[in-house]
Design a protein around this ligand. Structure first.
Ligand code: ADP
Ligand code: ASP
Ligand code: MG
Length: 406
């Protein structure tokens, strides 16, 4: 007997038929004598619709009310999944974030899980009852509903698996594993049987939305065995594992892309000590994450500062900078939302030179201009015009020898 967590993403619970298919997978585990906690996402498309409504109601919305609206999708699926399980003769009850509770901090819209009280759930699991948990949501300070950021049900699942000391956490989705790159864009992408926590962390944080970044962080910290697999096919998926479990060592394991980037150039800002702090301080105070940064060569005591923020933070970032205009004394603010960040990732980069050079060369041969570059120990990222996304991904995938045979 084992205790497992099964998470079903939006496409896996997109309609009643699919919920029934997911429920059958849960029943299968119950019939095998296991204890099962199920984490569900909102039905496909629902969260997008809810987000759109909040921004139509109020573009610069109150994040606490945003959370009230967008958390509702998961409530519907949790109830439907519990009902479907009951119809299959499986004892089940739904749990909303506040009922467990899953305690989070108060950063509405991208809250972090702080603690999960599992006492009552553990008792019920032991009696054979399936716990159907609404993903993506938690209980913040002051009793308010919080959400964990887009894709946050993955994190709900891994956090629950850690809190329940589950044997494994199966993430059921619409692809049968983690691929070398998004298989929807590169037909020659290859499925990985295993990927290291570190590589998966970089892949996720650089845009491969198959797992939310925080879920990988959490899995790594608590050593949760995560498997990504399809809810539509009975195939083994991808295991996220420690580095020493990987036999075949690759230099580049995968390529990720993120369209969720927006570039801002602050033109003609005085080139003096403290200027970076003066620009990035107010952004940080407003919880706006800055990712890539370049400062151009200085001319007559002035410089251009270019950096990227999340697409959804662009308007707020511009508003924050506009407020500091007199104090900072810059020339103009140039926003550009039509950019994409492409990252090549692999633990093998630690011991091999030339990965970045190959990336620059490959893009140059296709006439693709690189706007910003950033690197870490196991990744190289470039910012390019969004229109070249597919071309760049396919060219790089081939250049690093990642294409599937045939
Ligand atoms: P879910 O709704 O199940 O959470 P998501 O849409 O969040 O599913 O994540 C699955 C999607 O992630 C896939 O449909 C695929 O397009 C995308 N994806 C991006 N990069 C990768 C990758 N390297 N491997 C697998 N899927 C990827
Ligand atoms: N429903 C939420 C979203 O679409 C959470 C999730 O699916 O993981 O972002
Ligand atoms: Mg997801």
């Amino acid at each position: 007997m084992a205790r497992i967590v099964q998470k079903f993403g939006g496409t896996s619970v997109a309609d009643i038929e699919r919920i029934r298919n997911a429920a059958a997978r849960v029943k299968h585990q119950i019939d095998a004598g296991n204890e099962v906690a199920v984490v569900v996402s909102a039905m496909a498309g629902v969260t997008n619709q809810l987000v759109e409504w909040t921004s139509r109601a109020n573009r610069l919305h109150d994040a606490r009310e945003y959370d009230v609206v967008v958390a509702s999708g998961e409530q519907v699926t949790a109830g439907l999944m519990a009902l479907t399980l009951q119809a299959l003769g499986v004892e089940a009850r739904s749990w909303l974030g506040w009922q467990i509770p899953i305690h989070t901090d108060g950063v509405h819209g991208k809250a972090r899980i702080e603690a999960i009280e599992t006492g009552e759930m553990v008792k019920r699991l032991a009696s054979g009852q399936v716990a159907v948990v609404a993903g993506f949501q938690g209980l913040g300070p002051g009793g308010r509903i919080t959400t964990l950021g887009r894709g946050g049900s993955d994190t709900s699942a891994v956090a629950l698996a850690a809190a329940l000391k589950a044997e494994r956490c199966d993430i059921f989705t619409d692809v049968d594993g983690v691929y070398t790159t998004d298989p929807r864009i590169v037909a020659k992408a290859r499925k990985l049987n295993k990927i290291t926590y570190e590589e998966m962390l970089e892949m996720a944080s650089q845009g491969a939305k198959v797992l939310q970044t925080r879920s990988v962080e959490m899995a790594m910290n608590h050593r949760v065995r995560v498997q990504v697999l399809s809810s539509f096919a009975d195939l083994p998926g991808t295991l996220v594992v420690d580095e020493d479990e990987i036999v075949e060592q690759r230099i580049v394991s995968g390529i990720a892309y993120s369209r969720d980037e927006a570039k801002i150039t602050v033109q003609r800002v005085a080139d003096r000590p403290g200027v970076a702090a003066a620009i990035f301080g107010p952004l940080a105070e407003n919880a706006i994450n800055v990712d890539m940064i370049v400062q151009n060569i200085s001319e007559d005591g002035h410089t251009d500062m270019t950096f990227t923020v999340g697409q959804s933070d662009l308007d707020r970032a511009l508003a924050v900078l506009e407020k500091c205009r007199t104090q900072l004394g810059f020339g103009a603010l140039k926003p550009d939302p039509d950019v994409v960040k492409i990252s090549v990732i692999g633990v093998g980069m630690r011991s091999h030179a030339g990965v970045a050079q190959q990336m620059f060369q490959t893009l140059a041969e296709r006439g693709i201009n690189i706007q910003v570059i950033s690197t870490s120990e196991i990744k190289v990222s470039v910012l390019i015009a969004a229109e070249y996304t597919e071309l760049a991904l396919r060219a790089l995938h081939t250049a690093y020898g990642l294409d599937a045979p045939g």
